[in-house]
Design a binder for this molecule. Sequence first.
Ligand SMILES: NC(=O)c1ccc[n+]([C@@H]2O[C@H](COP(=O)([O-])OP(=O)(O)OC[C@H]3O[C@@H](n4cnc5c(N)ncnc54)[C@H](O)[C@@H]3O)[C@@H](O)[C@H]2O)c1
Length: 261
Amino acid sequence: MKNLFDLTGRFACVIGGGGYLGGPICEALASHGAHVTIADRRFDAAQAAAARLCESGLSAEALALDVCDEPAVGAAFDGLLERHGALNIVVNTTTWSTGKKMEEMTLDDWQAGTRVSLGGAFVVGREAGRIMVRQGGGSIIQFGSMYGLVSPDPRVYGAKWTCNPPDYEAAKAGILQLVRYQAVMWAPHGVRVNAVVPGPYPNPAGMGADREFVEQLSRRVPMGRVGRAEEIGGAVVFLASDAAGYVTGTYIVVDGGWTAW
Ligand SMILES: NC(=O)c1ccc[n+]([C@@H]2O[C@H](COP(=O)([O-])OP(=O)(O)OC[C@H]3O[C@@H](n4cnc5c(N)ncnc54)[C@H](O)[C@@H]3O)[C@@H](O)[C@H]2O)c1
């Protein structure tokens, strides 16, 4: 029987692939057979992630890319198409914010954050769609957040940490509608557009190192724990693969139940 999740012969590009969740996402796609181009504004991080995959016998390469550089995004996808003959899967995990509190955030701060987190998603989606429509198919996967569905509970963050900033939350909510819009526009061309919506996956290099905070966060999750980075790749592989051949314009929440109560 055909393995519906097999990505052998598919070419994927994961933007933000040098990040905390980006690495395991690239690994999940590559271990299902895809060749993965790991793109990131931080080229060193993309290179390190690609080297890790290649060392384990998987197929990957690194690319320097800034999602806010419109011509560069288009040129990068054109280059991948030319080199590989196809661009089947594009995943965008990029996000950025000044991280300022709402009361201190200026319009410039807001615009700088939404430019990357929502504007970047728009540019990536538009340029991937342009190629995939011509090609007659493909899968675009954007990254939302539980905080695009519900607001953070400030009591969980206490005095030590600040809640995710408002530009982030608005961008993440916007991504879900962007996905629905692009999905409808490109459905006749076989291009599927969806989002993955992660719950709490605190990065051990930051908030995740604060044991007390992680415990506090875990108490808020029906499953009683935070997510492990490697638990996000399954949803991406599903959406990228033929198993999701009739899935478009929607999102998969991977949050241990955070948004269920
Ligand atoms: N980690 C979590 O708990 C969590 C929770 C909910 C949603 N998410 C979402 O999942 C996605 C991945 O999260 P993460 O924890 O891996 O974040 P991360 O910050 O570790 O990774 C983001 C990556 O994007 C890259 N990037 C930022 N701006 C860029 C730009 N302009 N062009 C190209 N690359 C750029 C960064 O260099 C980084 O490698 C994000 O969209 C985030 O909002 C994460």
